[in-house]
Design a protein around this ligand. Structure first.
Ligand SMILES: CC(C)(COP(=O)(O)OP(=O)(O)OC[C@H]1O[C@@H](n2cnc3c(N)ncnc32)[C@H](O)[C@@H]1OP(=O)(O)O)[C@@H](O)C(=O)NCCC(=O)NCCS
Length: 152
């Protein structure tokens, strides 16, 4: 059981641990390139650390002055389903709001019921479907969150 954790900005020394989480969670074609993208181009790249181990991360990019997008979000396989995802996601939403954004977008696999459940609980709504969005041909559900609905 986790006793404590911190949420802090990504550091280059986190690379290998994030890489392992990314690989297991998404089976991407080029996981190292993804981490490089998050660390270079994202406006917010947060990690959740517990007892010196990275247990999750979230990467956020601003897509307009008033809107951000969740680019990637995962919790280490061994630490799932104990509330950490909700805690990290909620923290990221608060940080986005502090930066003056009014809404947040994300895409999620049509089959990813756990993530969709979490997002709906946080106040996200389905706003569209992107057919064949993922490299294996699966559709993405596009979801959007308005801060006025939940916070502030
Ligand atoms: C999606 C993900 C980040 C959720 O993180 P987590 O720490 O496991 O989530 P939490 O423990 O905070 O649970 C969030 C909600 O999902 C539910 N949940 C979590 N794991 C579940 C499971 N395996 N089956 C059913 N429900 C589950 C929890 O019960 C909770 O709902 P509740 O508040 O109604 O009880 C994590 O499963 C993950 O990393 N998945 C792989 C990567 C991924 O899919 N990322 C999202 C891409 S869009």
């Amino acid at each position: 059981m986790l006793q404590s954790f911190v949420i802090r900005p990504y550091r280059p020394s986190d690379f290998n641990e994030i890489l392992e989480i990314e690989k297991e969670a998404f089976h991407p074609i080029n996981p190292a390139y993804n981490i490089y993208m998050y660390s270079t181009f994202c406006n917010m790249f947060l990690v959740m650390e517990s007892h010196g181990k990275i247990v999750g991360y979230i990467a956020i990019m601003d897509v307009s002055p008033l809107e951000s997008k969740v680019v990637s979000f995962a919790i280490h396989r061994d630490f799932r389903n104990r509330g950490l995802g909700k805690t990290l996601f909620s923290h990221a939403l608060s940080e986005i709001q502090k930066r003056g954004k009014k809404s947040v977008l994300l895409e999620v696999r049509a089959s990813n019921n756990v993530a969709q459940h979490l997002y709906k609980k946080m106040g996200f709504r389905e706003v569209g479907i992107i057919p064949g969005y993922y490299h294996d041909g699966e559709d993405a559900i596009l979801m959007r969150f308005e801060f006025t609905e939940r916070l502030s």
